[in-house]
Design a protein around this ligand. Structure first.
Ligand code: PMP
Length: 425
């Protein structure tokens, strides 16, 4: 259509190719789990804007809180107190697992990861923070050192630290070579036997309880407890990046709650701001205060409008019991996908809650990634927006708003089935 071409034409000359995509849809309106493009075409949105819109697009309680704050006060800066931030701080402190938590407010997920790396180094006096293969923590210079995808580091910057990634044992048993859940020692072998540094150089490990950008891989049961042991025994911090998994998405308020583990640091972002940038690092006072005063500030941190939205996001999560509901819907999604029967295609579901991936294990063509890309294109033609993930690009990702209706969820699976059948025909 002409309008679609116009948006693409207007944007493409100035758009850095580091962020362009080949999807080509301009979204102009959203409500609940539906979005509309510039030509008025309606889609069911399985992406929720990279997992941000936990309550869906234009949730009336969120937009009215934003509007009220917008009409009152938009930006003051970190040098001044902020009522919306104060309220949000009290609520987050009550939801987090430490007696005396301190919150370091930031703006984006990557920025909060950067801050967490600084805290870990300052608190331990050690230099390295180590991530996991397939892990994603952002593309800023520091976050890249722990993002477990060497491809993202290639050709962009000289990384002054090792960039080591440990194997990430997954719930589905896709164990990378060398990984073992049998003992903490095996698990940490990459660190303990590293040629350039030893355990005494490692400030902490950073891990997602379900890898989001990595393709909806849930950690193997027990992994987090094992990491808790390993880090405690070796004087390292356990940093759990809950930017994607936090605020109900895995079927619990935070992913680490599934294993009853208390991390040293938790990084939060995405859903909290209700669609506006808002992130933070949280942890016990003695760790957070290791960074000297005023050494981690940011102009736009804890924006009042985002904080006002955050308070409502927490209200609605509680009032509508969304974490619990998400666990139920995640199970329903898996059951529905399991019932699909598409001749030459074999599927597996991975992930947890509404952070679920449908992996094309076997396709009629050799290139499963290309097959999956075509399936996603067909789904879009049938009115469902999904994104692709996984190392081989063969995972269709379900990260819809947690408010998605059962009927919408079932329809999304039916559309997947239809797209698979058409593509396999
Ligand atoms: N950590 C995780 C687990 C993420 O999913 C993301 C974003 N996909 C980030 C960090 C980076 O956040 P941002 O894009 O807001 O900088």
């Amino acid at each position: 259509g002409t309008v679609l071409e116009t948006v693409a034409r207007r944007e493409s000359p100035s758009m850095a190719h580091t962020i362009t995509s080949d999807i080509g849809i301009a979204l102009t309106r959203g409500r609940g789990c539906r979005v509309w493009d510039e030509e008025g075409r309606e889609y069911l949105d399985l992406t929720a804007g990279s997992g941000v819109l936990a309550l869906g697009h234009g949730h009336p309680r969120v937009t009215s809180a934003m509007r009220e704050q917008l009409d009152t006060f938009v930006h003051g800066g970190w040098q001044y107190g902020c009522p919306a931030r104060a309220e949000l701080a009290e609520r987050l402190a009550a939801a987090l697992p430490w007696d005396d938590p301190v919150l370091l407010w930031c703006t984006t997920g990557s920025e909060a990861v950067e801050a967490a790396l600084k805290v870990a180094r300052a608190a331990t006096g050690r230099r390295q923070v180590v991530g996991f293969l397939g892990g994603y923590h952002g593309k800023t210079a520091g976050a890249l050192t722990v993002t477990g995808n060497a491809g993202f580091r290639a050709g962009v910057t000289e990384i002054p630290v090792a960039g080591l990634s440990l194997p990430y044992p997954t719930a589905q048993g896709h164990l990378p070579p060398g990984a073992s859940l049998e003992s903490g020692h095996d698990f940490g072998r990459g660190i303990l036997e590293h040629p350039d540094f030893g355990a005494a150089d490692v400030a902490g490990l950073i891990v997602e309880t379900v890898q989001g950008a990595g393709g909806m891989q849930a950690a193997a049961p027990g992994l987090l407890r094992e990491l808790r042991d390993f880090t405690s025994r070796n004087g390292m911090l356990l940093i759990v990046d809950e930017i994607f998994t936090g605020f109900g998405r895995t079927g619990a308020m935070f992913g680490f709650e599934h294993e009853n583990v208390v991390p040293d640091l938790v990084v939060l972002g995405k859903a909290l701001g209700g669609g506006l940038p808002l992130s933070l690092v949280a942890g016990p006072r003695e760790l957070l205060q290791a960074v000297p005063p005023l050494r981690q500030t940011s102009t736009f941190s804890a924006n009042p409008v985002a904080c006002a939205a955050g308070n409502v996001v927490l209200d609605v999560l509680r009032d509508e019991r969304l974490p619990q509901r998400t666990a139920v819907l995640g199970d329903l999604l898996v059951r529905e996908v399991d019932r699909l029967d598409i001749g030459a295609v074999r599927l597996a579901t991975i992930g947890r809650g509404l952070m679920t991936g449908v992996r094309v294990e076997q396709a009629p063509t050799a290139d499963r990634g290309a097959f999956t890309r075509s399936v996603i294109r067909r789904m879009r033609g049938l009115g469902v927006l999904a994104l692709r993930g996984g190392a081989d690009g063969a995972v269709v990702k379900w990260t819809p708003p947690l408010t998605i209706s059962e009927e919408e969820l079932l329809r999304s699976v039916a559309v997947l089935g239809e797209a698979l059948a058409a593509e396999a025909a």
